[in-house]
Design a protein around this ligand. Structure first.
Ligand code: PEP
Ligand code: MN
Length: 263
């Protein structure tokens, strides 16, 4: 995945004109967790109104506590898929283990590998074989070299449709959830031909600052952002504290597009 082997930037074609990579700025938005049919419909409506083509939403959730909401599972994914397909929206959702790939593969456009699974090498090998696009997150305390090597697992199994995601790293600072490491963007862009995406929601973990960090990500050279939005963030089943409402999301989309034009 090094620029040494391929200079030309990789572009990932999700079909129907949805392409991720240099030359466009991709916006992926949606709730942390898929919660209900109604919720999916509301988010889809919001995305369509703002010409956003990719919806995020977890159905298998890696939660710090086993007693927290862990997602609607495959049934939730099938509902997510049906509503998105009816509306021309692409799906990105997290896969947590090898055994889920086969069940999920027909219902996703992009597999997300979460920070906690960033070095699950068996999962990465299997996603290489699965041949679906993958968004690979940086580990919770992962170095860029570890992220690049993790991507190499997918790539070396024959799947070149990989995007890297900076989602914040753990530090001693307690004023926010993680430290969004925007240094990673230009450095990764130089080292690899793969698209680089930023997740400001997990990166800072506080909804009031998601906009500033998203705009900073645009200017740092990101090929896209993935962030959390919900019709009522205070009532979200997970990550409500870092989730923006639709009004904030609309403003964010407009400002990111404007910033990208100026880049
Ligand atoms: C998520 O995207 O909701 C998520 C759990 O992200 P991360 O793996 O970056 O914590
Ligand atoms: Mn989340």
């Amino acid at each position: 995945i090094s620029r040494k082997w391929k200079v030309e930037p990789t572009r990932i074609d999700l079909g129907e004109g949805v392409v991720i990579g240099e030359g466009q700025f991709s916006i992926m938005a949606g709730p942390c967790s898929i919660e209900s049919e109604k919720q999916i419909e509301l988010v889809v409506e919001h995305l369509k109104a703002n010409d956003v083509k990719i919806m995020r939403g977890g159905v298998f959730k890696p939660r710090s506590s086993p007693y927290a909401f862990r997602g609607l599972g495959l049934e939730g994914l099938q509902m997510f898929y049906r509503i998105c397909r009816e509306n021309g929206i692409k799906i990105i959702t997290e896969v947590m283990q090898v055994s889920q790939i086969e069940d999920m593969v027909d219902y996703v456009d992009v597999f997300q590998v979460g920070a906690r699974n960033s070095q699950n090498f068996n999962l990465l090998d299997s996603l290489g074989e699965a041949q679906k696009p993958v968004l690979l997150k940086r580990g919770i305390s992962g170095t860029l070299e570890e992220l690049l090597q993790a991507a190499e697992y997918i790539f070396s199994n024959g799947n070149e449709k990989i995007m890297l995601c900076e989602r914040g790293i753990r530090s001693y600072e307690g004023a926010y959830r993680n430290v969004l490491d925007l240094n990673a963007v230009p450095v990764l862009k130089e080292k690899t031909h793969l698209p680089v995406i930023v997740d400001p929601s997990h990166g800072i973990g506080l909804r009031n600052y998601v906009e500033q960090m998203s705009l900073a990500a645009v200017m740092a050279g990101a090929d896209g952002v993935i962030y959390e939005t919900h019709q009522k963030p205070e009532e979200a089943f997970s990550d409500g504290q870092q989730t923006v409402n639709f009004q904030e999301s609309e403003r964010l989309i407009k400002r990111m597009r404007k910033a990208y034009e100026l880049r």
